[in-house]
Design a protein around this ligand. Structure first.
Ligand code: DGT
Ligand code: MG
Length: 601
């Protein structure tokens, strides 16, 4: 219910369309109620001999037309056609209104969801798969439209139509109206109960279909593993099994559907028969009910049943929608983990000093990953982080651009607490190159200029040259205009990293984070980009994480992390002289790869 109120906001943004929809709905209800009346005229006054109703008689006199069969027949034909045309027109108008208003609601909601999801933390995105998030934006957002239509307008329409019809029926024959009113809910209830196995089968069918989806997605996502282990056949067999199950469930659904329509058809006929029987007795009896009135009754009985089905299905529809609404509300109602404070100030251009004061941070409450970390980096210095895998290096640097906030302590950038400044102004001054760089399926130039879309071609090329990337870019089929990922324009790991370096160079940030930028590369490729990295690090405060100690020797300060704590810090020489942890790491490393020392940054 609360989720429903949340969605109401999106209905309210379309007041004009909603008003139009209300008007058209009212009109269609009236038109639908009028539909059987020409037939009544035909049965009672043309085929039968009942005197014309007063208003019609007077209208004919006013138009000086006689009340002969031809004129009346003309009225019946024209009336039927007119009602049909008007009704169709209203239908078109309603569909159009719903298309515009519904789509606007859906896209408004999807836009909000997209914005919300973009501002959620890295941790949230690690925990939720892209597939799940995609379906929240593209599938679940339709719930706002479905809710408006099936929870608000359809029941309102049904109620209105019922009231109009019952009123008209009561004018014709009160007793028969009562009978219809009693019979209709029974007929609806019976077909509703009979529909239960059908709905259960439909649910199973959906489940199996979603398993087929999941299987395809998982297999294709893991295609390198599937192919490497030559398991295509097994995955194909699993697909076949799912497909068989899907076919069986669809067979069952189809069979149950036929049985259901047969049985509910029988019940409908039974109900109509009852009304017909009692109605016929009224025609023969002293009530003098016209045959036309019975026809009107039968049409109304059908329509009543349809309207009641809408109301009866309301609960099921709402329940079906509530799962989607819940998933949407979850995103809309959860505030982003990291957000600007209301009084957050702009961070002026910084020199680049970074200071950690007693920082404790982590992912799961009660399990701190970083414990009481304190250090400071002067502007322009290079700080290297070393330590075993899982020591907390990535976690530590992720606090600088505020991908997460510390639980205790603070992170200061040029003396400003990172939590007191606007995120954008902070992140604008930080460049990041990760182990594997993501490139968008855009042109090479657009990828390099991702952080500064207004950069000129000259600036882009200068950045690419400094990153040692100009050479291979020029050799691409369309140079800087080559779209990455298209027509075989895939890049090697080293080339991708050089584009990432160019991207960071163009952004020209005072603070730089390098999280193992070379560790996915072989020694030779690493050597080819170290030049570029050095140029990138010049005149910036740089945090560099590396497993290969060769890359950290020149750092102004090396922090050795173990289990979330800094256990040693100092320059390469100082730490070697201490002959403790770092010296030990260095020994192992030199034994493994002595030649790499030459490549030190
Ligand atoms: P690496 O990259 O393998 O050399 O390791 P580090 O030093 O970069 O480690 P880090 O900071 O990624 O992880 C430190 C600890 O935190 C480790 O025990 C795993 C845990 N951790 C990292 N990311 C997440 C996360 O997203 N959720 C949770 N619950 N724990 C995480
Ligand atoms: Mg890491």
């Amino acid at each position: 219910m609360q989720q429903f109120l949340l969605l109401l906001r999106y209905f309210r943004r379309q007041p004009r369309f909603l008003a139009l929809i209300a008007v058209f709905t009212l009109a269609t209800s009236l038109l639908a109620a009028l539909q059987p009346w020409p037939m009544k005229l035909l049965a009672d006054h043309i085929l039968g001999s009942a005197p014309l109703p007063g208003p019609l008689h007077r209208a004919l006199e006013a138009l000086s037309l006689d009340s002969g069969a031809t004129v009346l027949l003309g009225i019946v034909v024209i009336g039927t056609l007119l009602l049909f045309a008007l009704n169709s027109l209203m239908d078109v108008a309603l569909t159009w209104c719903w298309t515009v208003a519904g789509r606007r609601m859906v896209y408004d909601l999807a836009e909000d969801l997209f914005a919300r999801l973009q501002s959620r933390s890295m941790l949230f995105h690690k925990r939720n798969t892209v597939g799940d998030i995609m379906s929240r934006i593209t599938v679940d957002s339709w719930c706002v439209y479905q809710a408006a239509e099936s929870i608000v307008f359809s029941p309102a329409h049904a109620l209105l139509a019922t009231i109009i019809m019952v009123f008209l029926m009561a004018q014709l024959d009160a007793q028969l109206t009562l009978l219809a009113l009693i019979a209709a809910p029974f007929m609806v209830a019976a077909s509703f109960l009979l529909g239960k196995p059908l709905r259960a089968a439909a649910k199973i069918k959906r489940e199996i279909e979603s398993r087929v989806h999941a299987h395809i997605q998982q297999t294709l996502t893991g295609i390198p593993v599937v192919q490497a282990f030559a398991q295509e056949e097994r995955e194909a067999l699993r697909f076949q099994k799912f497909a068989d199950a899907a076919i069986r469930s669809q067979q069952r659904s189809a069979l149950l559907g036929s049985v259901n329509s047969l049985s509910s058809g029988l019940i409908t006929t039974l109900g109509s028969g009852l009304v017909l029987w009692v109605g016929a007795r009224h025609v023969l009896g002293p009530q003098h009910l016209g045959i036309g009135s019975i026809l009107v009754f039968l049409v109304y009985l059908n329509s009543l049943q349809a309207q009641m089905k809408v109301v009866a299905g309301l609960y099921t529809t709402a329940q079906g929608l509530s799962a989607n609404m819940h998933r949407v509300a979850e995103i809309l109602e959860t505030p982003p983990e990291v957000a600007d404070k209301s009084d957050a100030a702009l961070l002026p251009p910084v020199r680049g000093s970074v200071r950690f004061e007693n920082v404790t941070a982590g992912y799961e409450l009660g399990y701190p990953v970083l414990k009481n970390i304190s250090f400071s980096a002067q502007a322009g210095q290079t700080i290297a982080l070393v330590g075993a895998t899982g020591a907390g290096k990535t976690t530590l640097v992720s606090l600088i651009p505020r991908f997460a906030d510390p639980w205790q302590g603070r992170v200061l950038i040029d003396g400003h607490d990172a939590r007191d400044i606007r995120l954008k102004s902070l992140r604008d001054q930080i460049g990041i190159v990760l182990q594997e760089s993501f490139l968008f399926p855009l042109t090479v130039a657009e990828n390099i200029a991702y952080g500064r879309p207004d950069a000129s071609r000259g600036e882009i090329e200068a950045a690419a040259r400094a990153a040692n990337a100009h050479g291979f870019i020029s050799a691409l089929p369309e140079g800087y205009e080559t779209v990455i990922g298209e027509r075989g324009a895939t890049l090697s790991g080293g080339e991708r990293q050089r584009l990432a370096i160019a991207r960071a160079l163009l952004k020209d940030p005072p603070i730089l984070i390098l999280d193992e930028p070379t560790s996915a590369l072989d020694a030779e490729t690493e050597h080819s980009i170290i030049d570029a990295l050095r140029r990138l690090m010049k005149h910036r405060t740089t945090f560099v994480i590396a497993h290969r100690l060769s890359t950290v020797r020149r750092a102004d300060c090396i922090l050795v992390l173990k289990d979330g704590e800094i256990i040693e810090s100092g320059t390469h020489e100082e730490l070697l002289a201490r002959k403790e942890h770092y010296a030990h790491l260095n020994r192992i490393h030199s034994a493994e790869a002595p030649s790499l020392h030459a490549a030190a940054i």
